[in-house]
Design a protein around this ligand. Structure first.
Ligand SMILES: Nc1ncnc2c1ncn2[C@@H]1O[C@H](COP(=O)(O)OP(=O)(O)OP(=O)(O)O)[C@@H](O)[C@H]1O
Ligand SMILES: [Mg+2]
Length: 293
């Protein structure tokens, strides 16, 4: 468990974080509230959320379904305006879509009519790069994700894991300093998820971007991150716990799961999460559990 006000970065440097953020943070959420609808229909999804992510820090966010994880990423990425509080990215309040942030969603965002190469290159073309230069860079990034041989394939000719790797290259080619990843490996099978986690860590290890990684998979959260943040069930969801992950790096995600301290972390985080997950399911789950008793 991280002590209140204390943060440790990936390099093991301990710094102090005020309730409202930290010096030199890549991302700061200050007392964020997000509501949807008006009047009697107003629904407060998240409230009183304070979070600071340091440059180069890998933070996983876990919490029950519907608690507001995607909502928070959308606020940071500038896709959603909070109803109260301030989101700050690299020292500036977020106003519109942030160029510092790269987004990776759970759903495929590849253009089906473009090849893998063109899908990656387009991220630079949009930013004004010539087609030739964008394609040359796209080849480099496809190589980084191990897809050189698949450059000319269309998305429907790629496996789920390969498509994810194209999407990863598409996000990284713009060299964002902050990665917002919303259950990016959710639809993949267990083995491919492990491989994708290792690929992500090896790429991250090279230039240590700040990462906010939303997942439902506790093992994945622990294996990848420096810190796991736990959210309560909604409405008015907030951060209820933070756990520092002191496991050694570089990590192989399959091996790190065998570490004895991994199990202790799993237990501690699940202890915080369990009641919230039950609360999110409410009577639905109690009825099922009761029927089986
Ligand atoms: N545009 C919207 N209009 C109304 N309510 C919304 C809207 N977007 C999200 N919500 C609500 O806000 C809450 C938080 O949604 P959000 O998508 O952030 O949850 P989540 O934690 O990402 O869930 P999941 O784990 O299922 O992806 C939910 O109750 C959802 O129904
Ligand atoms: Mg979500």
């Amino acid at each position: 468990m991280v002590l209140e006000g204390q943060v440790e970065g990936p390099a093991g440097i301990i710094g102090m974080q005020t309730k409202n953020g930290g010096e030199g943070a890549a991302v700061e959420l200050r007392d964020i509230e997000v509501s949807f609808g008006e009047g009697a229909l107003r629904f407060v999804a998240v409230s009183n959320v304070d979070l600071a992510v340091r440059a180069g820090e890998f933070v996983a966010i876990v919490g029950p379904t519907g608690c507001g994880k995607s909502t928070l990423l959308n606020v940071i990425g500038g896709l959603l305006k909070p109803s109260a509080g301030v989101a700050v990215v690299e020292g500036s309040p977020v106003a519109g879509i942030s160029k510092s942030c790269g987004y990776l969603f759970q759903a495929d965002a590849l253009m089906p009519w473009k090849t893998a190469l063109a899908n990656v290159a387009v991220a630079l073309e949009i930013a004004g790069e010539t087609k030739a230069r964008a394609e040359a860079r796209a080849r480099e990034f496809l190589a980084r994700v191990g897809l050189s041989r698949f450059a000319d394939r269309y998305p429907h000719q790629l496996s789920g894991g390969q498509k994810k790797r194209v999407a990863l290259a598409q996000m990284l080619i713009r060299n964002p300093r902050i990665l917002l990843m919303d259950e990016p490996f959710g639809p993949l099978d267990a083995q491919t998820r492990v491989l994708m986690g290792d690929l992500l860590l090896s790429l991250w290890q090279q230039d240590r971007k700040a990462v906010l990684f939303v997942t439902h998979d506790l093992d994945e959260a622990i294996a990848l991150s420096d810190r796991v943040v736990v959210m309560s069930a909604g409405p008015q969801s907030r951060i209820i716990a933070e756990h520092r992950i002191d496991l050694p790096r570089p990590r192989q995600t399959a091996e790190i799961r065998l570490d004895t301290s991994f199990h202790a972390l799993q237990k501690a985080i699940w202890n915080d999460l369990r009641a919230e997950v039950m609360r999110a399911y409410g009577d639905e789950f109690a009825a099922i559990a009761g029927a089986g008793a």
